[in-house]
Design a binder for this molecule. Sequence first.
Ligand code: UD1
Ligand code: CA
Length: 455
Amino acid sequence: MTTNAVILAAGRGIRMRSGLAKALHELGGVPLICHVERAVRKAGLAKPWVVVGFQAERVEELLEDRVHIVVQRALRGTGDALACALAKMPAETDNVVVLVGDCPLVPPSLIEALIERHRTAGARATIVTTQLGDPTGYGRVARDGDGRVAAIVEESECDATTRQIREINTGIGIWQTAGLSEILDGLPWHGEERYLTDAVAALIAQGHVVEAMAAPEPDLVMGINTRRELSRAEARLREMTLERLFDQGVTIIDPETTYVDAEVEIECDTILYPMTCVRGKSRLGRGCRIGPMTTIVDSKLGDEVTVDRSAVEHSVIGSHSTVGPFSHLRAGTHLDRNVHVGNFVELKNTRVGIGSKAGHHSYLGDATIGSNVNIGAGTVIVNYDGREKHPTFIGDDAFIGCNANLVAPLEIGSGAYVGAGSTITQNVPADALGIARNRQENKSGWAKGRRPEAR
Ligand code: UD1
Ligand code: CA
């Protein structure tokens, strides 16, 4: 028996009121469609067929070769979308699991249970349903006098009695492929659309059995049609992510104000302080102290790193380093072990070697800084001449005095000193002192002459 999966994701998502296709909206930092694709993979199914339409190229680019792409040229409803996919799927496919691209929290275990249930019951189709307190917007599951599934009735087609039904269609189901294309071809039109849900009544009319399987957790099979539903799903996913981190030995001081994206990994004994966001594909090691009021995006932190009230983006921080309060590590920052970045320091595309320090008020851009370097307060690397960015190299053990401007391109040799207040425009050789400022002159008695009593 060959079972393959189809994900329907061609729709624009009009109810989102967005310029972006619904499948591309992010939940927990991951596009909706990628959640569904991952669930299929985790359920042990082969590459799914994804039906795309609105912004097809963008969805295709995102999914790369993890899926087979099927283009639905005109958006003629879920029935037509499945028909498009069936036409492209291998002939040996006996059963097709149908998922919707806007149901991102579907658990892989539910997909596995559905396949198993369908196989043992021998039904022509098995749909996943659930009971909702407020079923508004969903297709209702109508049952006959014996309690067997009779039809799915879309909200727009419901009469007053059907509208009362609390059992809804989640959009997830599995269908035997034998004769399915013919059934889909014969579905009625509702305006410009054919509903896959009408295939249930069509199968039953032909004497086949359609089974229903109840999803145990309704909030994991909710569809996302609006921003409101997206935010509800976000809250649910965040809760699941924090639960996972608790189980992995992470301390979260205040879950109410801690936001961690779905793909983030954090090792044990790390503490997240309040108002902290860890986003994207960030990886945090053991025993780190992150926050309060810190944002970490797509970054990798070693063990026992401290980041306090700072922003870290697309950067790497080595073990035992400290950052903040109030610093900004921009893309391409790479701190080695035991580095200290203090307050009001901005780094961009800069490597800092073992044990180096930049304690206060500095900008370090496009630089390579060796180990045990001291960057004095107020140091600015002048990396931009108005047209181009230039590199700076600072050797091991160098000492940059306070308030220096290092005008790039520039090399400061290892062990060299830069005098405080210097604007350095020429390379400083190893072990030399570079100093570039006016000599001080003291005018004796000058201040006395300025006082009012002297006039
Ligand atoms: C659908 C179901 C409804 C179910 C609900 C569950 C139908 C007709 N209705 O309604 O019974 O309760 O999901 O969330 O199936 N799509 C295409 N091509 C199209 C139209 C839609 O690929 O031509 C895709 C969409 O991108 C989306 C999915 O199919 O991922 C479902 O479409 P949507 O418009 O969201 O259907 P609902 O109204 O939510
Ligand atoms: Ca939907």
